[in-house]
Design a protein around this ligand. Structure first.
Ligand SMILES: C[S@@+](CC[C@H](N)C(=O)[O-])C[C@H]1O[C@@H](n2cnc3c(N)ncnc32)[C@H](O)[C@@H]1O
Length: 324
């Protein structure tokens, strides 16, 4: 079998699986891992991250591997599908998506090309890495899906300026790590939404980061197990189209002390992708609790945080003029 047929079969199977409610997790992993390895080898994807003034830009190989994370990919693809079908029901022309950070496979829009015709769905792809953009457009061509892509832009989504004639219905980006650390998701959303009309849907619709006292994981385990003694502090970040436009996405919270001496303070991310599609604690790498070392406070204190955009983005706790 030639590479084109092989890739066509594998992508079709993977895309079909995402919309199939009766499937095994193990089988999905095999299907998606096989697809990822085939494509990563075919495009010889690089493992070099880039660093910018607004954070790290994930390398093409790891950006491609995101497709193997079942819950994340399913929630994003099916949430996006709900957003597209909502916009489709409201208008006559194709639904236009601006996809910032498409990675090497345009992973989040690719499965939708099996559900909509090009007259119904059009997207612009943008990525910082030339190799990612080139593989994404080549893959669409290989699959005979190039008619869905109106434009492919090599650029930095943090500073990108839309041309005057831009006319998008959905702004899509998944350029984040848990607790909105390391990558540039926040400044990307600030930059893009600042230029788009209010009726443009943002996907993911809302990201919340809250405080949590929880028992640390053992060994190399990443997931902090849910326990009855966990103490939740409420949302510190609530990032959605409104709070981004109003620049009001960070809030102060009232502190609660830990319930057990071994608990560590964590930042807990939750993602509402769109409609019914959500990611909760430990359902993906993006929503695993993020332990913060050396943070101490007393019950009743007001905790004032700031979100810092920069080479090492993330929440910082302000107290008595100092930053932790
Ligand atoms: C976490 S990966 C996600 C890949 C794919 N969208 C997915 O969901 O599977 C993030 C992608 O966004 C791109 N990216 C990150 N920051 C960017 C920026 N400031 N401008 C443009 N692209 C960026 C990276 O190059 C990478 O391809």
């Amino acid at each position: 079998m030639g590479i084109q047929e092989d890739v066509r079969d594998k992508v079709e199977r993977w895309a079909d699986f995402l919309f199939n409610d009766f499937r095994s997790f193990g089988l999905f992993f095999c299907i998606s891992q096989d697809l990822y390895v085939t494509l990563a080898e075919h495009y010889a994807l690089s493992k070099e991250d880039s660093k910018t003034k607004a954070g790290v830009v994930l390398n093409p190989s790891d950006a491609g591997q995101c497709l193997t994370e079942l819950k994340r990919t399913e929630a994003f693809v099916r949430g996006l599908d709900e957003a597209v079908s909502l916009k489709k029901s409201q208008g006559r022309g194709p639904v236009r998506i601006f996809y910032a950070g498409c990675g090497p496979f345009a992973t989040l829009v690719l499965p939708l090309t099996y559900r909509y015709k090009p007259e119904e769905l059009q997207f612009t792809l943008l990525d910082f890495h030339d190799q990612s953009l080139r593989s994404a457009t080549d893959l669409l061509k290989l699959l005979g899906k190039e008619d869905y892509c109106s434009e492919a832009v090599l650029g930095d989504a943090v500073t990108y300026t839309f041309p005057e004639e831009a006319d998008y219905h959905i702004c899509l980006t998944e350029t984040l790590q848990r607790a909105l650390t390391q990558e540039c998701h926040v400044p990307i959303v600030q930059n893009l939404l600042g230029q788009l009309p209010e009726d443009v849907l943002l996907v993911p619709q809302e990201i919340r980061v809250g405080g949590l006292w929880a028992e640390p994981p053992g060994g190399s385990e990443n997931r902090v197990r849910e326990m009855e003694h966990d103490v939740e502090l409420g949302d510190i970040i609530q990032l959605n189209a409104r709070t981004v436009r109003e620049n009001s996405f960070v809030r102060s919270v009232e502190a609660k002390g830990r319930a057990k001496p071994e608990q560590v303070f964590c930042l807990q991310t939750e993602i509402d992708v769109f409609g019914d599609w959500k990611l909760r604690r430990n359902e993906s790498g993006l929503t695993c609790p993020h332990p913060l070392e050396q943070i101490e406070f007393q019950t009743g204190e007001m905790l004032r945080f700031e979100y810092e955009v920069g080479e090492n983005p993330g929440l910082r706790l302000h107290r008595d003029g100092a930053v932790a």
